[in-house]
Design a protein around this ligand. Structure first.
Ligand SMILES: [Fe+2]
Length: 311
């Protein structure tokens, strides 16, 4: 796995006027990427006529957005983003898309440009598109914790039940009202003290049946190990709701793994303002969400994209 050059980042932090990369104030492993507002404004003006329906229908328009953003920002912006995501020591960044043209539509366009700078999003069967937009509200009628506002969305990686491996995911807060708490929870597995206890257990290397809930619209189960090696490092595939243990031994292993992750002191709570996205390497980061404070008028609109590296 390519290691990001610290000098490359420092140079951008100090000298580049169009974007900068700083250490994240809320997490020691994340970076905070800032694109200067004039560049964001220019980008949103240039792509004003490409609406969301066109982005859904015409795939090359998504890459066009990425190409324009990369050219406007300059200095190999796309490869800096890719290097951060592929750097095992980091593997993640957040970026705020606020400008004078801030809107839900423009946030979706920006997230599309960012994901296509590093790769290609997968089809999201939950919504039938390349991205999923969904609401978390006071009332919840779904079959997973994703929209259960007052329950913890436990630490997990994405896409265990999908046919393709999910290399990275992007989550963006598009809008919210009356939302108190509900921060993201993040864990880089190299900060998890008991990683070896579970990754060196033979059950952790066994292929286990993974099946998404009905709302995920993926019928065929996948059989995947929980821990595997990729580019010389241990990676994880874990989401408690889609694991189908074949016996008591496997089930107790996963119960203990779940408890160890949920009690890890290395799990960090991350507050995302409206218009901010966080992008993570899905092979060695776990993510989740803390419960919200109860409010009947609670509404948070989120966007997610998951995909593969192609560069
Ligand atoms: Fe997730």
């Amino acid at each position: 796995m390519e290691t990001i050059k610290q000098t490359q980042l420092q140079n951008h932090a100090q000298f580049n006027l169009n974007f900068k990369v700083d250490k994240h104030p809320q997490h020691k492993r994340l970076y905070l990427v800032t694109i200067c507002e004039e560049i964001l404004d220019e980008f949103f003006k240039e792509v004003e006529n490409i609406d969301l329906q066109r982005l859904k229908y015409v795939e090359f328009e998504r890459f066009y957005l990425a190409n324009r953003l990369n050219e406007l920002v300059g200095d190999d912006f796309a490869s800096v983003m890719t290097n951060i995501l592929q750097d095992r020591k980091s593997g993640g960044f957040s970026l705020n898309g606020k400008s004078k043209f801030s809107s839900k539509t423009n946030f979706i366009k920006l997230s599309t440009a960012i994901t296509h700078c590093v790769g290609k999003p997968m089809f999201d069967a939950m919504t039938g598109d390349y991205y999923a937009e969904f609401a978390v509200e006071h009332s919840d009628y779904s079959d997973t914790y994703l929209r259960s506002a007052y329950k913890s969305l436990h630490l997990h990686s994405d896409g265990a039940y999908e046919a393709d491996t999910v290399d990275w995911l992007l989550m963006m807060k598009l809008d919210e009202q009356n939302a108190v708490d509900g921060n993201s929870k993040l864990l880089h597995i190299d900060d998890w003290k008991e990683q070896k206890v579970f990754s060196e257990n033979p059950i952790g290397r066994e292929k286990v049946k993974r099946q998404g809930a009905k709302s995920k619209n993926v019928d065929t189960p996948q059989y995947r190990p929980t821990f595997f090696e990729h580019n010389g490092s241990t990676c994880i595939c874990f989401a408690e709701q889609n694991i189908k243990p074949k016996n008591m031994e496997q089930a107790i292993y996963f119960k203990n793994l779940f408890n160890s992750l949920e009690h890890s002191e290395a799990c960090v709570s991350l507050h995302l303002p409206i218009g901010e996205l966080v992008m993570l390497n899905n092979l060695f980061w776990l993510h989740g969400r803390e419960p919200f404070k109860k409010n009947e008028k609670l509404k948070r609109i989120l966007l997610r994209q998951r995909g593969r590296f192609i560069y």
